[in-house]
Write a protein that binds this ligand. Structure first.
Ligand SMILES: Cc1cc2nc3c(=O)[nH]c(=O)nc-3n(C[C@H](O)[C@H](O)[C@H](O)COP(=O)(O)O)c2cc1C
Length: 168
C-alpha cells in the first residue's frame, strides 16, 4: 500500500473479529518496531507480545481505557526508558510504525494509555526502571472502516506560515 494511503485510511479500531493474525504478519509488525529510529539511536524500547487469551483479559483488567483489548488477536505492551527525556516521542514513533505496518497487511489496531501500572507491572513482571507507556491491540477489524470518515481539523487550523498564527 502507498504510504500516504496507509496513513489516510487507517483508523484506530477497537472491535476485532475472531480471526487470528498469521504469525508471519505478527513478526513483520515487530520488525517494523525494531527498524524504527529512536533518539540517539538508543533503541531503549522493550516490547511484550501478548497472545494468550487469559493474558489479554489481564491487560483489559489492568486498564482504565482499553477494556476492548480482551477481544484483540494479540497485543504489544510498549515499555520505554524514562531516563531519556525523549522516550515518549520514541514511543509514539514505534507505535505508529507498528500500526501502519499492520494496516498495510489489513490488520487493525488501537492503543491505550490508561493503565493501572502497578497491576500491569505485577501481572507481566515488568522491571521497575521501565515505563509502561502504552498497550497496542491488534486484530482483523470487526466492522468495515471503508465508509468511515476521519474527524480531523483543517490544515489551516494547524499550520502557520513562517510565524505562529500567520496564515498563508
Ligand atoms: C497518545 C494516544 C493515547 C491514546 N489513548 C487511548 C486510550 O487510552 N484508549 C483508547 O481507546 N484509545 C486511545 N487512543 C486512540 C485515540 O482515541 C484515537 O487515535 C483518536 O480518537 C483518533 O482515532 P481515528 O484515527 O480512528 O480517527 C489514543 C491515541 C493516542 C495517539
Amino acid at each position: 500500500m502507498d504510504t500516504f494511503d496507509c496513513i489516510a485510511t487507517k483508523f484506530d479500531i477497537r472491535e476485532f473479529s475472531e480471526k487470528q493474525v498469521p504469525s508471519d504478519i505478527q513478526q513483520r509488525i515487530l520488525e517494523a518496531a525494531r527498524l524504527t529510529g529512536s533518539g540517539l539511536n538508543t533503541q531503549h524500547w522493550r516490547l511484550i507480545l501478548v497472545r494468550d487469551k487469559e493474558n489479554l483479559r489481564k491487560l483489559a483488567n489492568d486498564s482504565y481505557s482499553g477494556g476492548w483489548v480482551s477481544n484483540a488477536a494479540f497485543a504489544i505492551i510498549v515499555l520505554t526508558n524514562p531516563k531519556h527525556n525523549f522516550h515518549m516521542i520514541d514511543a509514539g514513533r514505534v507505535i505508529q510504525d507498528m500500526q501502519l505496518a499492520a494496516w498495510n497487511y489489513g490488520v487493525a489496531s488501537c492503543l491505550f494509555t490508561g493503565i493501572n501500572k502497578d497491576a500491569l507491572s505485577n501481572d507481566f513482571e515488568i522491571p521497575k526502571d521501565l515505563n509502561i507507556t502504552a498497550v497496542v491491540g491488534f486484530g482483523y477489524a470487526g466492522s468495515n472502516p471503508a465508509k468511515w470518515k476521519k474527524n480531523r481539523i483543517s490544515i489551516k487550523d494547524i499550520v502557520s506560515i513562517e510565524k505562529y498564527g500567520k496564515a498563508g
